[in-house]
Design a protein around this ligand. Sequence first.
Ligand code: HEM
Length: 187
Amino acid sequence: MNPDFAHLTQYAKSFASLTPEDEILLKEMADRMLPHLQAVTDDFYGQLTAIPETQVFLEGRVEILKQTHVGWVKSLFTADLDEQFTEQQYKVGLVHVKVELPTEFMSGGMTLINSRLIQLVFELYGDEPEYTEKALKAINAVTGFSLLIMQQSYQEASLLEELERFLKITGMSRVLFDNLAAAYKTD
Ligand code: HEM
């Protein structure tokens, strides 16, 4: 897999409707948001552990996971949302594929994170309705941006894993598979 991160950045930004104005706003919000993001992560894991299906992935590692997770939440407000950021999100997606996390855990997880961030924005900016509206739009865009990239890597890595399993079961070489695939015409 050798993704074109420049293209993926633009592709994900279009779907997420992440604009340069959003990117400026997110960085502007960093000072006020950052002190509260540990609580966002703590609540996220609190909610996850209440879902029985997540237990097997979280048992004994919640404190470690919180450390990398809070770094990720902070990056939404501090990082340049460029190709390098896209590459990082892609790799985070791959880490989840490796532990065989069910696909819906990603969108479900992002929904939980978004709900908590929305609550925080109202707490911090609730008396400034126009700012609140712009802040919520920017947060929705950046979390959607990250999710789309993670799902992209998820999809590609899962297909590759399936293919590797198929090759192992059948004993077919990758070269033979590629030649057959190239020769196969559906029309
Ligand atoms: C969509 C929201 C999520 C985000 C943004 C997120 C973020 C992260 C990050 C940044 C890492 C570290 C990646 C690295 O090592 O480079 C990670 C690892 C991990 N996450 Fe998530 N995560 C999400 C959802 C979940 C959910 C819902 C679960 C399970 C219920 C989960 C379980 C794990 C596990 C088990 C690892 C460690 C894998 C390993 O290194 O063995 N994540 N996550």
